[in-house]
Design a protein around this ligand. Structure first.
Ligand SMILES: NC(=O)c1ccc[n+]([C@@H]2O[C@H](COP(=O)([O-])OP(=O)(O)OC[C@H]3O[C@@H](n4cnc5c(N)ncnc54)[C@H](OP(=O)(O)O)[C@@H]3O)[C@@H](O)[C@H]2O)c1
Length: 283
């Protein structure tokens, strides 16, 4: 049996791990609180920021690096993503384990503002934030040491338990930013994309993980309000651009072209599932 090692095994990593297990893999999950991991994921306590990682199981065939920094600071990002990636690669070398595939979950925060234009894997990166720049460093470090690795840059994840926008619409706190585009992917599709990319015979080194429909944030809020039977939140002309920055239309053409199909191709199917209570957020 082949094994997948998921380094930084939180909500996305656990969902991916359960899907790998269903596909016949043994699954190991590394995180600081491994007791939170459900069977059949075999947990081990590991802090990716530390060089002394646990032994890598000798039968590891696929590695997925997907921790999330606790806070949005440059130092936390450096320790978690860049140092964490380096430490995983060091542990593989130390233990003489040569996985067939290494996948790193990154973020579309590595892109700059595109003024509403199309962005794909060929678009040059231009992170607007120090944290985005660190993610880019982690990608570069990985691809320098393992040129055959695969980076998956995810757009905004939503899904079970991630109800920030829904809560804002319910409470009347939603801020409508006219003209602001958002790009998103359901947690389950992000997890399925990791399993898909692990199985490709000859993948590219980079994929965008985003659904079919870049959309104005106002449209998503109006949709949620309609689903909830509430009036659409009013536009706030003074709201300005999103503090997260980056008005762009991300393309999933490469991911789709590799044979991937979405369970939730747009926010409509995805948010309907969230509103219906489908799935759980893994702790
Ligand atoms: N949220 C978004 O919209 C978004 C957008 C683009 C990309 N992403 C990326 O998506 C990925 C998955 O995020 P998620 O939603 O699954 O996050 P999550 O649920 O917060 O899980 C992240 C996990 O990382 C573990 N972790 C953090 N620091 C660690 C460390 N130093 N050593 C070992 N484990 C560590 C945490 O477990 P312990 O605390 O037990 O260690 C946690 O379970 C991340 O790579 C994130 O950057 C997210």
């Amino acid at each position: 049996m082949s094994r997948v090692l998921i380094a930084g095994c939180g909500d996305l990593g656990t969902e991916a791990g359960l899907r790998f297990a269903a596909a016949g893999f043994a699954v190991s999950g590394w995180r600081r609180s491994p007791e939170k991991l459900p069977a059949p994921i075999e947990g081990a306590a590991a802090d990716l920021a530390d060089a002394g990682l646990p032994p890598v199981p000798a039968d590891t065939d696929v590695v997925v690096i997907t921790p999330a920094a606790r806070e949005r600071s440059e130092a936390a990002y450096r320790a978690t993503y860049r140092d964490g990636t380096a430490h995983v690669l060091d542990a593989l070398e130390r233990d003489g384990v040569h996985p067939r595939r290494i996948l790193l979950v990154s973020s579309t925060a590595v892109y700059g503002d595109a003024d509403g234009g199309r962005v794909d894997e060929l678009t040059p990166t231009d992170p607007a934030s120090a944290t985005g720049a660190v993610l880019r460093e982690a990608e570069q470090l990985l691809l320098a040491r393992r040129p055959d690795a695969v980076v998956l840059r995810l757009a905004g994840i939503y899904g079970p338990g991630r109800t920030r926008l829904i809560d804002q619409v319910r409470s009347g706190a939603a801020v409508v930013r006219p003209g602001q585009l958002t790009n998103r992917i359901h947690r389950d599709d992000a997890a399925a994309a990791l399993v898909h990319l692990a199985g490709l015979a000859d993948p590219a080194s980079l994929y965008l993980g985003v659904d079919d429909e870049p959309v104005e944030q106002a449209e998503v809020l109006a949709f949620l309000a309609a689903e909830l039977g509430l009036p659409a939140p009013a536009a706030d002309p003074d709201a300005g651009a999103s503090p997260r920055g980056g008005n762009r239309r991300l393309s999933n053409a490469r991911l789709r072209g590799s044979g991937f199909t979405f369970t939730y191709p747009t926010y409509r199917e995805g948010y309907r599932a969230v509103l219906a209570g489908t799935g759980v957020r893994h702790p």
